[in-house]
Design a protein around this ligand. Structure first.
Ligand code: CU
Length: 482
């Protein structure tokens, strides 16, 4: 490689280190795997890797040449620019388990999937490989505070669900004759196929009560395929996913994609609306396989498919603590969070629809160097934050809307149980903010209001007064450009 005059961390520098380098240095307390860590250690790294007297990397064959060393020095003298990576096209690749879109399944594939689902649904309610027991891990009948497994709005949200899906897929494959089955995903851009309205996918009947509100024989319910498609459109979910995939930092991607996920749940039907019984609806599994596929898609685009490259996308170095023992642990008996990152190493891949690669977005709501000058965008989007919503008093998933002159201009939902106050994870994170991006044209001069609706067990929204949720405040910012 020739010397790079203007290298950036995301495009060049992070790739100067191989997994073996991190594996060797990390246990000795030398963490060079995130932007902040490497920036702080840059001079030291330069001195130990500089030819001809380098001491690192250990294998002589992998020592840095003059050009690489000079490129690294250029990065230091230019002020350690983070920059953006060139997005990479997501690929399917080879793996033991290829998870395909539900629309890609042949008639025979669907037959096999039916057999596997019925096989685990027929198992006893105490069988750890049975549908009831596995679905019950998500919330009811495991009511907090005794058992609260489910991870939402926390660092392990994606990792926990990846491990959970794997456990479910293993159960499907344990049904005799079904050892080749893989969990398919539901690409939200596609309408649900007709076979989703047939047994055993249409609904699941509880073999025993899980809560007074959900007695034995309660059947899960969801909306029609066309109503679901319309809800996804109205809630702007596909657009939010597209935006999330452009974010090059893990924290920003994670927050945006989980926001889209939160709006997706109530869009599907009454049972999926709240975590309480969401995973008993068979659609839950295809719905969540898609969120997992989208995470993997993002990992591929950002070249963050291994633990170390994944860490290179952390905007905040301290995010890394959640991937190191003991904070990496996930209950019940799941693998650890760091073990979920490399899906390929787990023998799994997803087919990825060819929808191109996104342009990486530069976050212009952040701070710019004043010395470089700036200007306001010509057709700007305003960033609006509703701050300090006390979610513990809201009985279930809820929706927040921005209303301009009586018309809804932006909305987002938040996914939570009907009794958040019982859950220690929710209590730790009681006051939340909701962020919206609104084209300023839509709200200029308009009378603005904020409206919160809580979804009932029947999925219907009911107005919830702002005064009862701690009187949240509004912050608004305009983006700047260089
Ligand atoms: Cu979910």
């Amino acid at each position: 490689m020739a010397e790079v005059r203007n290298p950036t961390y995301m495009e060049h520098i992070r790739h100067f280190f191989e997994a073996e380098d991190h594996d060797c240095m990390f246990p000795r307390g030398k963490d060079y795997s995130t932007y902040t860590a490497l920036k702080n250690a840059a001079i030291e790294v330069y001195s130990i890797t500089r030819p001809p007297n380098a001491t690192m990397p250990k294998p002589v064959a992998r020592r840095w040449d003059e050009d690489r060393s000079k490129s690294f020095l250029n990065w230091i003298t230019n002020g350690h620019p983070r920059g953006e990576p060139t997005p990479k096209k997501p690929k399917t690749g080879t793996a033991d388990r290829v998870r395909r879109s539900i629309s890609e399944l042949s008639e025979d594939d669907v037959k096999l999937l039916i057999k596997a689902f019925e096989g685990i649904m027929d198992r006893g309610t105490d069988d750890p490989t049975g549908y009831f027991k596995i679905a019950g891990i998500h919330w009811y009948p495991n009511t907090p505070p005794d058992e609260a497994y489910c991870q939402h709005h926390v660092a392990h949200y994606h990792m926990w669900h990846r491990a959970y899906l794997l456990q479910f897929e293993d159960a499907l494959r344990s049904v005799p004759g079904c050892n080749t089955v893989t969990l398919p995903y539901w690409d939200f851009a596609e309408k649900l196929p007709d076979w989703m309205n047939r047994k055993p996918f249409k609904s699941y009947k509880l073999p025993r009560a899980v809560h007074p509100a959900y007695p034995k024989d309660h059947a899960t319910e969801r909306y029609s395929a066309s109503k679901i498609a319309k809800n996804f459109e109205d809630e702007g979910i596909l657009a939010t996913i597209e935006e999330a995939l452009k974010k090059s930092s893990w924290e920003t991607f994670n927050a945006e994609i989980e926001g889209a996920h939160d709006s997706g749940h109530p869009a599907c039907g009454p049972s999926l609306t709240h975590p309480d019984i969401a995973s008993f609806d068979p659609l839950f599994w295809f719905f969540h396989a898609n969120w997992d596929r989208l995470w993997w898609r993002w990992q591929q685009i950002m070249q963050a498919t291994t633990l170390w490259t994944f860490r290179s996308t952390f905007a905040d170095h301290s995010t890394g603590i959640f991937f190191v023992a003991p904070l990496n642990s996930m209950r019940p008996n799941f693998m650890t969070a760091d073990q979920t990152i490399d899906l390929k190493a787990l023998g799994i891949t997803y087919t990825q629809p060819d929808t191109g690669v996104p342009e990486i977005a530069v976050d212009n709501f952040g701070s710019l160097l004043a010395a470089r000058g700036f200007r306001a965008a010509e057709s700007p989007t305003m960033s609006v934050r509703i701050r300090g919503i006390d979610r513990l008093v809201i009985p279930g998933s809820f929706r927040v809307q921005l209303i301009a002159n009586g018309k809804s201009v932006a909305r987002r939902s938040f996914f939570q149980s009907t009794a958040p106050v019982d859950c220690p994870t929710c209590r730790d994170n009681a006051l939340i903010n909701m962020d919206f991006k609104v084209p300023i044209k839509k709200i200029l001069g308009a009378k603005m209001e904020v409206k919160i609706d809580v979804f009932g067990r029947d999925g219907k929204p009911h107005a919830f007064p702002l005064s009862s949720v701690g009187n949240p405040t509004v912050n608004a910012r305009l983006p700047l450009e260089i």
